[in-house]
Design a protein around this ligand. Sequence first.
Ligand code: FES
Length: 70
Amino acid sequence: MIVCVCHNVSDKAIRRAVDAGATSMQEIRAQLNVGNCCGKCASFAKTLVRAHLEDKGTAVTEVRRIPAAA
Ligand code: FES
C-alpha cells in the first residue's frame, strides 16, 4: 500500500527502513522523504513506524523540546 503519494513510498518501504535501524519518524522522513511535501501522510506514517517498532519489541522513545523560559 502506498503511504506517501507525493514520494511513492509504501508501507513495506517504511517497515524495511525500521528493520534496517530507523527508530523514529524523523529518521524515516530523512531517509524516504515521507511527509516532506503535502504532509498528509505524516500522521499515518508515524503510526506505522511506532506500530512496527512495537512489533519488533523496540522501545519507542520521544524527544520533547523544553520551551525556552520567557
Ligand atoms: S503524501 Fe506524503 S508528503 Fe504528500
